[in-house]
Design a protein around this ligand. Structure first.
Ligand SMILES: [Zn+2]
Length: 112
């Protein structure tokens, strides 16, 4: 049973960009990490402490600059799966796809 007022649902999807890319397998470079959380601040802290995603831990260990470049407020697991399935995360990254900047807000509101 919960006490006190329920905290407002702050679920969101978030996208990290590593800029330089991390060689995860020979010749295969990962540049992005997409995740889902209900507490972005805490999740970000976990990632940076190395207790979150192994991919982010490896990127940080390699000295890469790891930045949250985009949020999908209200995004759920379904949207996360859909975005991951495109295998084209750079398309959703405003750093890697500068054209996105103009359309980002409009697209964000549509959930993609
Ligand atoms: Zn990027």
């Amino acid at each position: 049973m919960r006490c006190g007022p329920a905290t407002p649902s702050a679920q969101t999807l978030y996208l990290y960009c590593f800029r330089q890319g991390l060689e995860s397998r020979p010749g295969v470079f990962a540049r992005h990490y997409l995740g889902f959380t209900r507490d972005l601040e805490q999740r970000d802290a976990e990632h940076r402490a190395g207790s979150g995603s192994p991919l982010l831990r490896a990127a940080l260990a390699a000295g890469l600059e790891v930045t949250i470049v985009r949020l999908w407020p209200g995004g759920d697991r379904k949207l996360e799966r859909r975005l991951k399935k495109t295998k084209n995360l750079p398309r959703y990254c405003p750093i890697c796809n500068p054209e996105l900047n103009e359309a980002a807000e409009r697209i964000g509101q549509k959930g993609l």
